[in-house]
Design a protein around this ligand. Sequence first.
Ligand SMILES: Nc1ncnc2c1ncn2[C@@H]1O[C@H](COP(=O)(O)OP(=O)(O)OP(=O)(O)O)[C@@H](O)[C@H]1O
Ligand SMILES: [Mg+2]
Length: 499
Amino acid sequence: MKNTDLISLFERSLRDLPEEQLEEIGTVIRVGDNICTVYGLSHAMLGEYVTFEGGNSGIIFQLNENSVAIFLVDRSIPVAELETVRRTHTVFQTPVGMNLLGRVIGADGMPLDGLGELATTELRPIETDIPSIMERSPVNESLETGILAIDVLVPIGKGQRELIVGNRNTGKSSMVIDTILHQKGKDVICVYVSIGQRQANLARLVSLLEVNGALGYSVIISADSGDAVLNQYLAPYVGCTVAEYFRDQGKDVLIVYDDLSNHAIAFREMSLLLRRSPGREAYPGDVFYLHSRLLERAGKLAKGGSITALPIVQIQGDDITAYIPTNLISITDGQIFLDTKLFNQGIRPAVNAELSVSRVGGAAQTKAVKKMTRALRLELAQYQELLAFAQFGAELDDISHRQLERGKRAVELLKQPQYVTYSFVDQALMLLLLKEGFLDNLALNQVGPFALQCVSFIKSVHPDVYDIIRSTEDISEDMHKQISGIASEFVKLFVPIQS
Ligand SMILES: Nc1ncnc2c1ncn2[C@@H]1O[C@H](COP(=O)(O)OP(=O)(O)OP(=O)(O)O)[C@@H](O)[C@H]1O
Ligand SMILES: [Mg+2]
C-alpha cells in the first residue's frame, strides 16, 4: 500500500472520534538558530505557546503549508529532531501580582535578582484585548516628571503615550529614571522594561532605585543584549501585561520601554531568520503593528486606573525621519526630542523645545504651572531666532536685547542636574521669578542657584504660601503679588555663589 493511502485510512478512522479527545502532537523535523520546524500541528494558531517533550517551550511564529516555525524560549535546553511538541491552546503567559513589586524578572518570568522564587501564582496571557473607546477616559490628570523642561513645555498626563527620541548618549534613560524616582510617595507604580541593553546598565539601575527608595514601587523586566532575540521581542509585552494587572487594581502605572529600537531590531532578526521578505530598512512589513498594538494598551480607564507609556527610541544623526521613529511618532501622543547639540553645549536635559510636543498633556497641567508658562514657549522661540540674528553681529534694539537676555535666563533655568526633581509648586515659583524679571539682572551662572534658594526660602520662611499653592494648584493674583514681595525680600539676602 502506498503511504498516502495509509494516511487517508488513518484520517478516516480518526474522523469519527470526538474532537475533545484528540490531542494534536507535532514532531520536530528541523532545529537550528533557536528556531525549529515542526510537522503535525495543523490546527495550531499563530503566536501559540507550545511545549516540548524535553522541557523546552516555544512560540509559533509562522504557519507553513505542512509545518509550523517555532522560536524556542530557552536556549539552554536542547531540542532534538523527532522530539514531540504539544499545543497549549493559549499564547505565552507571564506571572503577575502585587508581589512583583521590587523584583527584577526576565522576559520568561524568571527572577533575575537572586531574591528567590516569585510569590505569585497568577498567570496572564501577554497578548490581550485593548480597552475599547467607551471604557477609556480622556487624559486630564497630570503625571509629574519632576523635570522642569518637560512639565512646562511638554506636560504629560496619566494615560498618555509620549515618545522620547534622541541620538545615542543624549540623556534618554536618565530622563525616564528621574521620572521614576520622582514618583515616590505619589502612588504611581513604575514598570521599567529594559530591551537589548548591557547588563551593567541594569545593575546600575537596580542599585539606583534601591538607594533612592524607588524599588518598592517598581518592577523591572529585562532582556539584555545577551538574551535570545525572542526574549527581547517578548519583554515589552510581558511588561505591559504586568502593568495591566496593576491598572486593573485601579492603580496609576508608568511604563518605560528602553528602548524600542532594540525591540524592532530583535523582531527584524527573527523575521530574517524565518526568511520573511524584508521591506524598508530590512524590517518586515508588519513592524508597524509590532509597536501599535503594544502602545494602544496604554491609556486611562473611566473606572479608574491608567497606564502611561514612555517608549524610548534611538536615532542616528538626529534623523527623526527613519522608519521606526516615524512609525512611533505617529502612534504616540507626542514626542520629546533630545538634541545632541544642546547636550554637548551643556544644556541638559537637552530638550529641543521646537521639535517636542505633547498633544494631550496640556489639559492635565496644573493651573499654577500653566499660568506661568503661557508665554514661555514663544519667548524661547523668539530667543532662538534672535540668537541666530545676533550671531551675525547685527545691532539689536532695546526690546530685542531684553528678549535675548530673558531667553538666555530661561534656558539657564531649564537646566537641571540628574537625580534632582522639582514638585509643581517649585516649578510654578521658579517660573514666576523668570516672568517677573527677578532673574534678569543675575549673572547666568547665578540663575539656577538663585531660583533654587529663593524657592527653599519661600518653603521654609513662608510655608503657608507654599501650602496654599499646593492645595489649590493655582496662584491667584493676590498670591502672585505676595510672592513677588517675598522674592524682592530674598534678593537682598542672596549671596552669589563663587565658582
Ligand atoms: N540632566 C543631566 N545633567 C548632567 N548629565 C546628564 C544629565 N542627563 C544625563 N546625563 C549624563 O549623560 C550621559 C548619558 O545619559 P544616558 O545614559 O541617560 O543617555 P541615553 O540617551 O540613554 O544613552 P544610550 O543611547 O546609551 O542609551 C550619562 O553619563 C548621564 O550621567
Ligand atoms: Mg539609554
